[in-house]
Design a protein around this ligand. Structure first.
Ligand SMILES: [Zn+2]
Length: 325
């Protein structure tokens, strides 16, 4: 436990306004080691930790600690050197230090809020904490997979993700060069109703925003195509099997309107269509749908989904899956 009340020495007050104001920060309740050899300061907390621990895991900090400070009046917390974490949020520093000091990161990541995992990606990339960065990327890649099989097996997209966290992760993933998670991330962001999206768009840099809007527009077109191809009339016009059984044609029409009736005001996007599409929960035999028509419909849906998956990274990032790292 840190001391309840301590006073920073005069030199800890930033005169240049460049870093967090250490004087308003208080010692963190947990991350405070009495034998710590450095105090890290955010605008909220002070963390007394060990230089050797930081240097072991971060080449950036190791190099920083090795810069000679002779003749320079360094900031101190009483007799301990104090480093102001300029540009790092308190959440980022806190979660990074918890990851360093004993937390089983792989386990914790499974239940960690996305905003915290994003903070950890950001700060571990900035200071080159390679092992932590690798674990966080592996976790994010499981949430936002790069193969359609893994996407279908994952349940993250079936939950209700927070728009703010997802849009923020787009920005951080670009900055930290974790492109492999971006296609699914963009897809999930595209599926929010526009009323949500308009509030989030200003958080994206202009180029990302353009790609996002163009990609979303393409996804809307894909959804239209699925609906169009689900209609028996179009299936007849197209190269699909012609069905002349009135009951089958009627049932397809009913099933389509049944699925779409809850999507009057927003779009059902391609990967959110149930596996069997409009035939989900419909027994073809029982409902008078010919086996051939059902098979043709499922093949059509699978083919559009697969095609859309293959094009997803190109539509949002101008790259193929295999070009993402
Ligand atoms: Zn039929």
């Amino acid at each position: 436990m840190p001391p309840k009340r301590r006073r920073l020495s005069e030199t800890t007050d930033p005169k240049d306004g460049g870093g967090p104001k250490a004087s308003s920060a208080r010692p963190h309740d947990d991350i405070w080691y009495s034998d710590g050899s450095v105090v890290l300061a955010t605008d909220t907390h002070l963390y007394r930790v060990h230089k050797s621990m930081l240097a072991k895991h971060s080449k950036v900090l190791k190099d920083l600690f090795e810069i000679p400070t002779a003749g320079v009046e360094a900031d101190r917390w009483e007799d301990v050197p104090l480093v102001r974490m300029a540009g790092d949020s308190d959440e980022e520093v806190c979660v990074l230090l918890k990851a360093l000091y004993g937390m089983n990161l792989k386990d914790v990541l499974r239940t960690m809020a996305l905003s915290k995992a994003t903070a950890l990606l950001s700060i571990s990339s900035k200071y080159d904490f390679n092992e932590i960065r690798r674990d966080v990327i592996a976790h994010l890649a499981s949430l936002f997979p790069s193969t359609f099989e893994k996407y279908k097996a994952s349940d993250y997209h079936t939950q209700t993700p927070c728009a703010e966290s997802l849009f923020n992760l787009i920005v951080v993933a670009h900055r930290c060069e974790v492109q492999i998670i971006l296609p699914v991330l963009y897809y999930l962001c595209a599926t929010f109703p526009l009323v949500t999206t308009v509030h989030m768009l200003p958080t994206l840099p202009t180029d990302f925003m353009k790609n996002f809007l163009l990609g979303r527009d393409w996804l809307c077109g894909v959804s239209q195509r699925i609906v169009q191809y689900s209609s028996p009339a179009v299936r007849i016009m197209d190269r699909f099997r012609v069905c002349r059984v009135a009951r089958c044609v009627d049932k397809f029409r009913d099933a389509l309107s049944e699925l779409l009736k809850e999507y009057t005001w927003h779009i059902l996007f391609v990967f959110d269509f149930p596996e069997n599409g409009i035939l989900n929960g419909v027994d073809p035999e029982l409902h008078g749908i010919c086996g051939g028509c059902a098979t043709h419909y499922r093949n059509m849906l699978d083919s559009i989904k697969e095609d859309a998956w293959n094009q997803l990274p190109f539509k949002f990032l101008g790259k193929k899956w295999e070009e993402l790292k």
